[in-house]
Design a protein around this ligand. Structure first.
Ligand code: PLP
Length: 317
């Protein structure tokens, strides 16, 4: 160390931290309080951040109503159990917190996330059992994977060479933040002029993309990968809508040639619902236009957002 460095005064601990980021407007819950999203901060020592040791779920609110909230809460509690995490709330407690985040934010269309990190341990112990798990939640304005233009003309999908993290390594039933394969896939897609990416499984069959499941339609029959994917609630909703409309839909192995030669392809996510794909690796899917089954299911999906059986109202102050 040179003289100059040794005598350099220590920088002062700043009492007021200037945040260089801006945030969408919203309300978060953590440590027993509701705060603006801009104030909802996590410790750098939280293993949710350091090791991606966390689980989460995302539900949406549309026209002031939660869509299939019970299913999301159930999946979240399943993830907690599989990861040996516990939170000081039961399902009803979590439902209340999510409701209050949305009601306080005033959002009529919201992206609502509940999450639990492993947390930090007072001694920075490497034993995950020593960490104090942390539950958080937030509501921000609803976003979509596909923008309005992409919903009209369909997304341009690129099939990445990356293998989706195998289910033998990380249980895909636990919704998680192990996203480096998915984010890498997005950059692969951008490099090749695409808009989003699809990853394959260990056997080279279709798996899923960054936060979405995928469906192929051929001769009026639907198929989606059975294994190695998160069982999306929107995916499940497509099955339910197919039952109602007598469309044949099955979960099974979907090969890449099958996807490329499908009549229609669409992706599903809480962030956007049912979204058409009309180009795969630069080649048109079917006619290259958004297909009739995709449109029918998409319209039905949004109609269901008014059905009291599948939705629950937010009570705004
Ligand atoms: C959340 C997610 C999906 C989509 O699930 P939905 O419940 O429909 O939003 C698909 N794949 C992955 C990896 C996800 O994280």
């Amino acid at each position: 160390m040179n003289q100059q460095a040794r005598h350099r005064p220590l920088p002062s601990l700043s009492a007021r931290h200037e945040d260089p980021h801006s945030y969408p407007a919203g309300v978060a819950y953590l440590d027993g309080q509701f705060v603006p999203v801009s104030q909802a901060k996590v410790s750098v020592l939280d293993y949710g951040f350091l090791h991606s040791d966390a689980t989460y779920d995302t539900v949406h609110v549309w026209e002031g109503r939660f869509f299939r909230l019970d299913l999301h809460i159930e999946r979240f509690f399943g993830g907690l159990e599989r990861l040996h995490m516990s939170i000081p709330f039961d399902r009803e407690g979590v439902r209340q917190i999510l409701h209050d985040c949305v009601a306080l934010s005033g959002h009529r269309a919201a992206y609502v996330e509940m999450l639990c990190t492993r947390g930090a341990s007072p001694t920075f112990s490497r034993d995950p059992r020593d960490a104090v798990n942390r539950f958080m939640a937030f509501s921000i304005p609803l976003g979509s994977i596909a923008n309005a233009e992409q919903m009209q003309r369909g997304l341009h999908l690129v099939i990445s060479d990356r293998v989706r993290i195998p289910p033998a390594s990380v249980d895909p039933a636990v919704k998680n933040y192990h996203w480096l394969d998915l984010v890498g896939g997005l950059y692969d897609a951008y490099d090749r002029g695409g808009e989003t990416a699809l990853l394959l499984d260990f056997n080279g069959n279709v798996a899923e993309g960054p936060g979405f499941n995928v469906f192929a339609v051929k001769d009026g029959r639907l198929a989606t990968p059975a294994t190695g994917v998160l069982a999306g609630i929107t995916r499940r909703t497509v099955f339910d809508l197919c039952t109602e409309t007598s469309l044949f839909c099955e979960a099974r192995t979907v090969s890449v040639p099958e996807l490329r030669s499908a009549d229609e392809v669409f992706i599903t996510s809480t962030a956007g619902g049912i979204m058409p794909v009309t180009i795969i690796d630069g080649a048109p899917v079917g006619t290259g236009k958004v297909g009739p089954i995709t449109m029918q299911l998409k319209d039905l999906y949004w109609d269901k957002h008014r059905d009291p059986l599948w939705t629950s109202p937010v009570h705004y102050p």
